[in-house]
Design a binder for this molecule. Structure first.
Ligand SMILES: [Zn+2]
Length: 139
């Protein structure tokens, strides 16, 4: 009877982030569980009061899960990490405007459902040569 122990990887204040993180872990074949999710999704205020949406994995998966979650947190906390790499494909200018929130949401939802990805197009617009392109269609 060697039951794996559940350990909390991270507590999310935002239930959507918690669900996104859960599906990212599951994509990596790490079974993940959201504790308190029923209570906290019903009321955002109570989520903070009880410590957020706790994402838990089996203790044997903890190390790998922590690495994945760290990458995920970098992504949702600091959209500029991804944005910095983007240059205008026509004039190589970095004077590019975009919608960071849309891009991050598109990246996150890519893990959840590709359907949502196609409904939100992350368009970029070059301030220098007025070129407009869709980052999704460049590869
Ligand atoms: Zn340009």
């Amino acid at each position: 009877m060697d039951q794996p122990k559940l350990v909390v990887v991270h507590s999310f204040y935002n239930p959507n982030d918690a669900y996104a993180a859960k599906s990212i872990l599951e994509d990596s074949d790490i079974p993940a569980f959201l504790l308190d999710s029923n209570t906290s999704t019903s009321n955002f205020g109570s989520a903070i009061a009880i410590g957020g949406n706790r994402l838990a994995v089996a203790d044997m998966d903890l190390k790998e899960a922590e690495l994945i979650i760290q990458d995920f947190l970098k992504l949702i906390n600091d959209p500029s990490v991804e944005i910095e790499k983007i240059r205008c494909p026509r004039c190589q200018s970095e004077l590019v405007t975009n919608k960071p929130v849309t891009l991050v949401k598109a990246l996150l939802t890519f893990f959840i459902t590709t359907l949502f990805l196609f409904s939100s197009n992350p368009y970029y617009y070059c301030k220098r040569c007025k070129y407009k392109w869709n980052e999704n269609k460049r590869t």
